[in-house]
Design a protein around this ligand. Structure first.
Ligand SMILES: *Cc1c(COP(=O)(O)O)cnc(C)c1O
Length: 495
């Protein structure tokens, strides 16, 4: 299948889109058409494992990849998840489900895509005849970085460098990255917030001079962020899988609509749900949940995107974002796939910090998306109340989605569709905050908080987190945003 740029300047095969990461005109790659999944195929997928379902969905977009090989890559990727199912659906109450996406190697949903992306990228380069090594540059609000480092560590022909806001990630997230193993990895703290990191990395990506210099050194650039369509496509699979699990456990009939609530930052996860719907998945409403950085809530409610506002550091740091990159892909669809309109808005966002939808676009957004945001106090209360009622501990990001889902349900009594809340991180990734929410105890040390949270909830502690305590710290450096490229060159030139 071909992929086109949201800004109109490029049309390439899927393998090329993944290898490149971002279009040359600064736009994002989107599928030329949305492949559909037929009723027959849905029936066939019912009895499949998660890996087979994922391979089936991914292959619809990436049909130049060999299916058997892709399936083997998915099986290998998802075998690393604890518990035998990469995306288990847990029934909480009548009509309320949790889609647990945190059983992977780094305990956040990013693993669902980043365990498969190394295969997609390496194979993509082969399919395109790319001879250079690949240099992956990735900005992270906390979880992408670790998942990408883990996915790509010691991958032949690949180097990866991750940039995180030096004061904008949780202690565990920072420790996970700082202790990363592997010969081909580098991690750098950037003074500023996630938006600073993301735009500095994007500047390198869209600079011909940087790209040319790196090519001379034998590298092409790619990205492991959700701007890379190779991140997005594997994420579509778990929406299908959740739906199929509802059917096979006889919670719904095939064809009935289901709602999803998604904690949102860069709009990647929820966009995957939207893409699933475009492929024919019976989706009712999508609940877009933000934290105190509620730029998306305002956008969906008013049709105005305005980043000219205060940036807050919250206890759900992976959602502390004011410029949601993937919204560009939604804008492309809303505009009737009109690249000029996308370009004008993205330019206006860059130069003035805001843009506005047309009336009919706003109505179309609101028909599908319900938006809400969850403040800091509400996050704590939601975790506490939910634990009291169901003895189910959830992380701070998931709590935002649960809070928004609760408000949606309360406001829409007539909507009887099941609500699936997408759980994006293991609560032990944010042990102090979750511990405080559940018990009221404020424990400063992360590992003590993990121990006490375990005593309070009896939830199993993932080995990958508890063993961090004894790992040597390898990466401590921080830099200003205008020094990023110099640091990249240092990394590349290092023998
Ligand atoms: C990345 C992340 C999010 C936000 O996902 P987007 O795809 O950026 O919208 C939410 N929760 C957690 C735990 C994350 O790591």
């Amino acid at each position: 299948m071909n992929f086109i740029s949201t800004r109109g300047g490029e049309c390439v095969r899927g393998a090329q889109a993944i290898a490149q990461g971002i279009a040359k005109d600064g736009g994002l790659f989107v599928p030329e058409v949305f492949p559909s999944v037929s009723a027959r195929e849905m029936e066939d997928m019912l009895s499949m494992s998660y890996a087979e379902r994922a391979a089936t969905v991914i292959h619809k977009f990436l049909d130049e990849y060999d299916f058997e090989e892709l399936k083997a890559a998915c099986e290998k990727a998802y075998a690393q998840f604890e518990g035998g199912d990469a995306a288990p659906l847990v029934k909480i109450d009548a009509g309320l489900y949790m889609l647990e996406l945190f059983h992977g190697p780094t305990c956040a949903f990013k693993d669902l895509a980043l365990t498969v992306l190394p295969y997609l990228l390496r194979k993509g380069c082969d399919l395109c005849g790319i001879k250079e090594d690949v240099l992956i540059l990735t900005a992270t609000s906390g979880d992408t970085g670790k998942a990408a480092l883990e996915g790509f560590k010691d991958a032949p022909g690949i180097k990866i460098m991750v940039f995180y806001p030096s004061e904008g990630v949780s202690k565990m997230q920072k420790l996970q990255m700082a202790t990363q193993e592997g010969k081909n990895v580098n991690v750098l703290g950037v003074r500023g917030n996630f938006d600073t990191c993301q735009s500095a990395v994007k500047t390198i990506f869209t600079s011909d001079a940087c790209k040319e210099e790196l090519r001379k050194k034998g590298y092409i650039l790619s990205s492991a962020n959700s701007i890379n369509v190779g991140r997005l496509i594997p994420q579509i699979a778990y929406y299908f899988s959740a739906y199929l699990d509802l059917v096979s456990s006889e919670q719904i009939e095939m064809g009935e609509k289901v709602n999803f609530a998604v904690p949102t930052g860069n709009f990647g996860n929820i966009l995957a749900a939207y893409y699933a719907m475009k492929m024919g998945l019976p989706v009712g409403r999508l609940v877009c949940a933000s934290n105190k950085n509620n730029v998306l809530t305002d956008f969906i409610r008013t049709g105005v995107y305005d980043r000219r506002r205060e940036f807050y550091k919250t206890m759900s740091p992976s959602m502390d974002i004011l410029i949601s990159s993937n919204l560009e892909r939604l804008l492309f669809e809303l505009s009737g796939r009109e690249p000029t309109r996308v370009r004008v808005r993205m330019e206006k966002l860059a130069s003035e910090g805001h843009y506005e939808l047309y009336e009919e676009e706003r109505l179309a957004v609101q028909k599908l998306f319900y938006a809400d945001f969850c403040g800091e106090d509400e996050t704590v209360e939601t975790i506490y109340e939910f634990f009291e009622e169901y003895q189910y501990p959830m992380d701070t990001h998931t709590a935002c989605a649960m809070y928004a889902a609760g408000n949606y349900i309360a406001e829409h009594e007539k909507d009887k569709a099941p609500m699936v809340v997408v759980s994006t991180a293991n609560p032990y990734k944010f042990p102090q905050d979750v511990m405080y929410a559940v018990t009221g105890n404020d424990i400063k040390d992360s590992f003590k908080a993990i121990k006490h949270l375990n005593l309070a909830t009896a939830m199993k502690v993932p080995a990958s987190l508890s063993k961090l305590r004894d790992k040597p710290v390898r990466f401590k450096e921080t830099a200003d945003k205008d020094k990023l490229y110099a640091e990249v060159l240092k990394f590349v030139d290092k023998k």
